[in-house]
Design a protein around this ligand. Structure first.
Ligand code: HSE
Length: 299
């Protein structure tokens, strides 16, 4: 029996919710094809679309799956998988998270679903630990649960699925420069001023309220990050220009996608999301930096 799982790209942080809020895109996504094997353990047969290690202990799919196997009763279970990467590593739209999430979801289905989704998030977080040195859950949680998710707590892991308003579209620009998540975390300050914390948790709470009420204006006002974005935005060419022009074109707002270099914008229709995509092209074309733009609903 073999299974193929689609593992979507995700936008972590969603501006104000550093390490706690994330959303899943409809596209792009990685594909994990997996089957049970008579040989115990994990075998990665091949990786299409990226140059990544086949050795399970060095691969995010491998370590996520190892975490699952440690909690599974039958220690002789074996898996074979082929990974197709459609999300470029280092892009800021949850490339490692998608693969890790896809691997544990596929394995869980093949085993007859012994694990709840929250457990799968916990396993997939081990992939994030390998990829970035930090086991954050704000990409793997939406990749597994879909839509918007909130990490209420890391110890213990407590994931809350949030509602997705019906008319929300995402435009993402991915400048083809690499920003390693580990580096983008290294440069962050370890202390936060009380006045900034107050603004930030006000925004996080209002974003969640906006999602429950389908209040797009409130969602737009809440897409403000006064803690992480001021530090990381220096790594992204034309970040402020991009943000201003996309909002002028009708986007509700946006910010850095995950740890960057991708930048995301939310809009209330596909039409606006595509206009925003054109604006991104106009801002980036003169810079001489290669880039890709994706337009997607939240799914
Ligand atoms: N919350 C993480 C960070 C996401 O911003 O470092 C990384 O994709």
């Amino acid at each position: 029996k073999s299974i193929k799982v689609f593992a979507p790209a995700t936008v972590a942080n969603v501006a104000c919710g550093f390490d706690v809020i994330g959303l899943a895109l409809d596209n792009p996504g990685d594909e994990i094809e997996m089957s049970l094997s008579d040989t115990p353990g994990i075998k990665i047969l091949g990786i299409n679309g990226a140059d990544l290690p086949l050795e399970p202990s060095k691969n995010v799919c491998g370590v996520a799956l190892q975490a699952l196997m440690q909690k599974y009763e039958d220690k002789n279970v074996g898996f074979e998988m082929t990974i197709t990467k459609n999300i470029q590593p280092g892009s800021g739209i949850g490339s490692s998270a998608a693969s890790a999430a896809g691997a544990v979801v596929a394995a869980n289905i093949l085993l007859g679903e012994p694990f709840a989704k929250e457990k799968l998030v916990r396993f997939a977080m081990e992939g994030e630990r390998l990829a970035s040195g930090s086991a954050h859950a704000d990409n793997v949680a939406p990749a597994i649960l879909g839509g918007f998710t909130l990490v209420r707590s890391y110890t213990p892991v407590d994931i809350v699925a949030l509602p997705t308003p019906p008319n929300l579209w995402v435009t993402v620009i991915h400048p083809q420069i690499e920003v390693k998540t580990s580096d983008a975390r290294e440069i962050l300050k370890q202390k936060v001023l009380m006045k900034d914390a107050i603004k930030q948790w006000g925004n996080v709470a209002a974003l969640v309220a906006g999602l429950y009420r389908n209040d797009y204006a409130l969602i737009g006002r809440s897409l403000e990050d006064v803690i992480v974005e001021p530090v990381r935005s220096i790594l992204i060419p034309a970040f402020h220009d991009l943000k201003i022009k996309c909002k002028e074109a009708g986007a509700l707002g946006g910010g850095i996608s995950g740890s960057g270099p991708s930048v995301f914008m939310l809009s209330t229709s596909e039409e606006t999301a595509r206009i925003v995509a054109n604006v991104m092209h106009e801002v980036y074309a003169p810079l001489g930096v290669d880039f890709k733009v994706h337009v997607s609903p939240i799914n």
